[in-house]
Design a protein around this ligand. Structure first.
Ligand SMILES: Cc1ncc(C[n+]2csc(CCOP(=O)(O)OP(=O)(O)O)c2C)c(N)n1
Length: 578
């Protein structure tokens, strides 16, 4: 029998074999917090320091978010290493985010030695119970490696599982004694995910339904998109003159400046687009799992059977029919689906004569009209976002976590498409606060030539703000963090005013001097309280050779891009009085 593996490598530490395997998979950076449970792996990183680096983060939540961002940026699994119990529990937020966002990621966890298992040994946890697929939301698969000789098999499966079907996180548990065994295990070549193609019959049915439609709308989203797939998606939309909306926090899959762009189907959706979704006679969902945030809480598309005709294309068979019983379900990888759609014969006569050509133009006009805002003083968030869009170089990566402040970014920033600059929106569909700072640090360290802007709420920022130290320590430069300080967990305050007006509880914040904090981390800093001071502060940050934090001081009354706290509270009081 022939083999394509290099012939019998010399025996070496299993911890080293693991690091060699990652290098062979094209991984040059991993994120983590060290632990005594996986010293042999750390020694492997020392051994191969010229080919791979271990970024030591300040908390495992930050490390896991960084790996998740790496997965989004590279479309290959982001890699995170943490120690047992306390490390793994801290990292769980990154796993949950990777799961909800369909991001390929592998979390390696050091585990107690095999001869101590099941004694509740020091920091012992059973990760199969904790993160196993039975929990429906942490990991696609949890593997525990007991035999060092089988490391290549586990790693290969981890890479396949993370990237195939609906992409997502995998956990690999590493018993300490396994890592210190000597093994001659081979290093496997780079793994490519298996792809699923739509069948000719499914495509024919799709085409027939599209030809019969009067008001179709495409919604794109989900994991597994490549530049080629996004290019094909655009070609398909152009050939058929289809309006395209992007699912919640997947706004960079279609060029927002394209005349067929209809806007984002997420939180704070343009009311006209929400109506367009409801009035459509055919929704062609390519890739999104059609979750709560993309469906307006399952109201824009009612579950399980929407009023609109629904064609659902998804890479994970288990997602099809999970919530929505679509009229046509196609189980296909995004690149295969998009290529197949792009090569589908277009209608005769010319595309301009399709029934919905005028609708597509109106959809875009509505999107453009939604970019116009009413100026607010003294500090206008819409102007801040527009200034960033104007001054930052094309292809700048924007990151955020969770909070009302992100609404201005989502509404007013025009993201380019993935095929133009890779992913430029790193934002958690899981709604995890604290995501934006580590995601920005990861993006900056992985691609130092690019500019990265994080926008964070004051609550959001301090959840992972200590990762500013990681940025400084590893020499990040083209990095800006804009902290939107309104002195409150504003989103929660908004919900309180809606449901229990005037009864504020648990949502007020005491904040540090953010600019002074940034300086202490070795960053530059600026304070901005008026719209006109933002542009000079940004210009100064762009001229610097180190990261900058820009502290925006905002009134707590500024709640969303459409309303103030006072207005929300008054409307609620009126409603309750009726
Ligand atoms: C880790 C985490 N904890 C709690 C929440 C619930 N939550 C959602 S938004 C929010 C407040 C965000 O406050 P801030 O960052 O100051 O932004 P703002 O809403 O004021 O713009 C909270 C507590 C969450 N989404 N994630």
């Amino acid at each position: 029998m022939t083999s394509n593996l290099s012939p019998s490598p010399a025996p070496r530490l299993a911890g080293h074999v693991l690091v060699e395997a990652l290098i062979a998979q094209g991984i040059h950076t991993v994120f983590g917090v060290p632990g005594e449970s996986y010293l042999a792996v750390l020694d492997g990183f020392h051994e191969h320091a010229e080919k791979i680096r271990f970024i030591a983060c300040r908390q495992e939540g930050g490390a896991a978010f960084m790996a998740e961002a790496q997965g989004k940026l590279t479309q290959r699994p982001g890699i995170c290493f943490v120690t047992r119990g306390p490390g793994a529990t801290n990292a769980s937020i990154g796993l949950h985010t990777a799961f909800q966002d369909s991001t390929p990621m592998i979390l390696f966890i050091g585990q107690v030695a095999s001869d101590q298992r099941d004694r509740e040994a020091f920091q012992e946890l059973d990760y199969r119970q904790m993160f196993g697929p039975g929990t429906l939301g942490f990991a696609k698969w949890v593997g525990e490696v007991h035999d060092a000789d089988r490391l290549p098999e586990y790693i290969a499966r981890a890479f396949h599982t993370a990237m195939q079907g609906r992409p997502g996180p995998v956990v690999i548990v590493l018993p300490e004694d396994m890592l210190t065994k000597m093994t001659a295990a081979p290093v496997l070549p780079r793994i490519e995910p298996a792809q699923a193609w739509p069948t000719p019959a499914a495509l024919a049915s799709l085409r027939e339904r599209l030809m019969a439609a009067k008001r179709p709308l495409v919604i794109v989203g989900g994991g597994g998109w490549t530049p080629e797939a996004c290019t094909a998606l655009q070609a398909f939309a152009e050939a058929w003159q289809l309006p395209v909306g992007c699912a919640f926090r997947f706004q960079d899959l279609f060029d927002n400046r394209h005349p067929l762009y209809a806007g984002d189907v997420g939180i704070g959706i343009n009311p006209k687009l929400a109506k367009r979704v409801m009035d459509a006679d055919l929704i062609l969902a390519i890739g999104p799992r059609l979750g709560e945030m993309t469906t307006g809480g399952y109201t824009l598309l009612s579950a399980p059977r929407p009023v609109q005709q629904l064609i659902h294309i998804h890479a994970g068979a288990e997602e099809l029919g999970r919530v929505y019983t679509a009229d046509l379900m196609i189980n296909a990888s995004m690149s295969c689906a998009a290529q197949a759609l792009a090569s589908m014969p277009v209608p005769v006569p010319a595309p301009d004569s399709v029934a919905w050509a005028a609708e597509a133009r109106t959809a875009n006009a509505d999107y453009l009209a939604n970019l116009v805002h009413q100026p607010v003083s003294p500090l206008d968030m819409a102007e801040v976002v527009k200034t960033l869009g104007r001054l930052m170089p094309e292809g700048t990566v924007f990151t955020n976590g969770a909070g009302n402040y992100s609404g201005w970014l989502h509404r007013f920033h025009q993201y380019p498409a993935l095929q133009q600059h890779g992913r430029t929106q790193l934002a958690p569909t899981s709604g995890a606060m604290g995501y934006g700072v580590p995601a920005a640090v990861a993006a900056s360290l992985l691609a130092p030539e690019r500019w990265v802007v994080n926008i964070a709420g004051d609550g959001d920022f301090l959840m992972t703000g200590q990762e500013l130290a990681t940025a400084t320590g590893y020499g990040a430069k083209r990095l800006i963090s804009v902290v939107v300080d309104n002195g409150t967990y504003g989103t929660i305050r908004m919900h309180q005013e809606r449901e229990y007006p005037g009864r504020v509880s648990g949502s007020d914040l005491f904040n540090p001097d953010f600019a002074a904090l940034a300086l202490a981390y070795g960053w530059a800093a600026a304070r901005v309280a008026r719209t006109e001071d933002f542009e000079p502060a940004l210009q100064a940050a762009l001229a610097l050779d180190k990261p900058t934090l820009i502290h925006l001081r905002l009134s707590s009354d500024v709640s969303t891009s459409r309303s103030t706290l006072t207005a929300i509270s008054e409307a609620a009081r009126k409603r309750l009085a009726e």
